[in-house]
Design a protein around this ligand. Sequence first.
Ligand code: FES
Length: 119
Amino acid sequence: MTDWVKAAELGPLRERKKLKVTVAGEDIALFFVEGSVYALRDICIHKQSRLSRGLVFKGKVVCPGHQWAFDLKTGWVDQWAKCQPVYPVKVEEDVVYVLMQPQVRDVEPAPHERFCEAG
Ligand code: FES
């Protein structure tokens, strides 16, 4: 069974660059960066600030709570070696879908898996 669920129209996300949506009861932060869409759980794994209120900088979303910087693709935060859950995304006919199977890493992503190489 696939669990792709409509999360948003692409137009408003493209315009605002980030969007908080609720999908199947889960708050998800969507980001539109360099032509691609990324989806992370909105509630930060640290102390529950909202990543949808964070700033995007160099391929990472910086949490407004305590400035942990999560890689948009992997959810990985280098300074603490922890991971925010991320959702697979697809865009079809200007509609954003997320797969309701969040992924959480327990090992550091390889450079090619990240939004941009660490460093
Ligand atoms: S609440 Fe996100 S870094 Fe602390």
